[in-house]
Design a protein around this ligand. Structure first.
Ligand code: FES
Length: 133
């Protein structure tokens, strides 16, 4: 399977690349097999809305494209909506990924969950009460 045009676009022109200095949610995940690493930064406001999100991904092209798409999909959304984002939805938004590259989209889902886990932890709350997996 070839990469879709959307994947190529998000790989060549990734959206929301970078870091947020005053982020209140930061999550980093990695895949031990391929060694790829994804880090997400979020700025979540008092209403629980993700006002800003940026990422740094050291990994394959599909990992970059899925991070980019995932940030686009949760930007401006609430925490609850972001928690519902599945790797499948990210892959679908990119018009699909080759089967061997699906694990790259899993990284994107996990990075968002990791950032939100951090968000609750910083607030002194138990993430497990909010993030059901
Ligand atoms: Fe591992 Fe893409 S090859 S994240």
């Amino acid at each position: 399977m070839e990469y879709s045009e959307k994947v190529m676009d998000h790989f060549a022109n990734p959206r929301n690349v970078g870091i947020i200095e005053d982020a209140n949610a930061v999550g980093e995940v990695g895949n031990a097999k391929c060694g790829d690493i994804m880090k997400m930064y979020m700025k979540i406001n008092d209403d629980g809305m993700i006002e800003d999100i940026k990422f740094k991904t050291f990994g394959c092209g599909a990992a970059v494209a899925t991070s980019s798409m995932a940030t686009e999909l949760v930007k401006g959304k609430t925490i609850e909506e972001a928690l519902k984002l599945t790797n499948k939805a990210v892959a679908e938004a990119l018009d699909g990924l080759p089967p061997v590259k699906m694990h790259c989209s899993v990284l994107a889902e996990e990075a968002i969950q990791a950032a939100l886990t951090d968000y609750y932890t910083r607030k002194g709350l138990n993430p497990a009460d909010y993030i059901k997996k």
